[in-house]
Design a protein around this ligand. Sequence first.
Ligand SMILES: Cc1cc2nc3c(=O)[nH]c(=O)nc-3n(C[C@H](O)[C@H](O)[C@H](O)COP(=O)(O)OP(=O)(O)OC[C@H]3O[C@@H](n4cnc5c(N)ncnc54)[C@H](O)[C@@H]3O)c2cc1C
Length: 376
Amino acid sequence: MATLRIAIAGGGVGGMAAAIALQKQGASVRILEQTKAYGRIGADVNLTPNAVHAVDKLGIGEALRRTAARPAFRISRMWDTGAETSRLPMSSEAEAKYGAPQLTIHRADLLNSLEDALAPGTVRLEAKVRGIEQGAGGAALLLESGERIEADVVIGADGIHSVVRRALFGADAPRFTGLVSWRATCPRAAVKDLPNLDSFTKWWGPTSDRQIVSFPLSRGEEIFVFATTPKQGWTEEGWTLPGDIRELRAAYADFHPEARALLDACTEVTRSALHVREPMARWSQGHVTILGDAAHPMVPFMAQGACMAIEDAVVLARALDGIRAADVPAALERYEAARKERTARVQRGSLANEWLKEGGNADWVYGYDAWGAALG
Ligand SMILES: Cc1cc2nc3c(=O)[nH]c(=O)nc-3n(C[C@H](O)[C@H](O)[C@H](O)COP(=O)(O)OP(=O)(O)OC[C@H]3O[C@@H](n4cnc5c(N)ncnc54)[C@H](O)[C@@H]3O)c2cc1C
């Protein structure tokens, strides 16, 4: 059987995970990535057991564990009293239950591990995609350089502002939530006297527009801090936009001292306006499909953005395993049928922002097996 030729727009988390799974099946894969170089941009990625189970089977689990932290618990606390309202074990007990623990990792370390698992030369940098072209028996990615990359399958893994999604289904209509998200890290030494530094802790505010999340990164040597503030009139989405830490601290002046101490220890912070996008009716057309944030961008309140992209990558590769080029459109239908309901549920659950506030059963999220889930 002829080798499937696959062209992926975007070498982020989902694009590289898909490429690894597809190469393992013998496909010929190229990734076209716009960035000049993978830098240490962004900060956290949260990988719950569903995603760690998926990447373990991709063969990169050991590499991830060298730099990741392994949160002991997932804890909910109240903003004023500090009272705990839920505590879920995420390490050995989660491993026994779900087949993998939770890992928290710097995005750059995750990207490095993914890239190392690819065949040399898979990723082409400084290759910005500007559109797609569909043909009867295949499709092509069109680059800004004027080049045309032909393939049997084109995958849009090009993130929140996906060019491939727009080419397939037109411009999306994001709705601003009225919330700004803030991200920062501080050395563990700066907060060493605080409790629960080895856990994922969410401080729930008096209203859903304020919350602080913290968890360990970089083998626990750094602590990541996430928070939100209500804001009108500023709607920029991005990962590198600088914020003013004093503004963030002021917005949390009435929080519990242990929560405020996290913000006091951070010096630099980035901010991004949070938008909502509704679940999409379709992801695929002919020989082209999308995955990850391109297909189902979500607000971060279940911390599942990267996890869903990784699950998509595995299920998509499984749907394409062993098929002929002529059968690609049907395989893409099976992929999206297998994934749409789950990702829509997580998109909506993230927006509701109640996840594990007072305990509850996390099995439907953390117990999902991307390698065994039924294909549509
Ligand atoms: C620079 C950056 C920093 C981030 N930092 C964080 C963070 O700190 N915390 C967090 O929770 N999430 C972060 N994210 C988002 C997070 O990685 C995703 O939400 C999640 O992993 C889903 O992965 P994805 O593969 O769908 O998208 P992404 O991981 O966003 O990957 C999309 C990739 O597509 C590339 N791309 C986009 N448009 C084009 C184009 N036209 N042509 C070619 N390539 C293109 C991008 O450069 C990127 O590498 C960040 C994303 C980026 C791009």
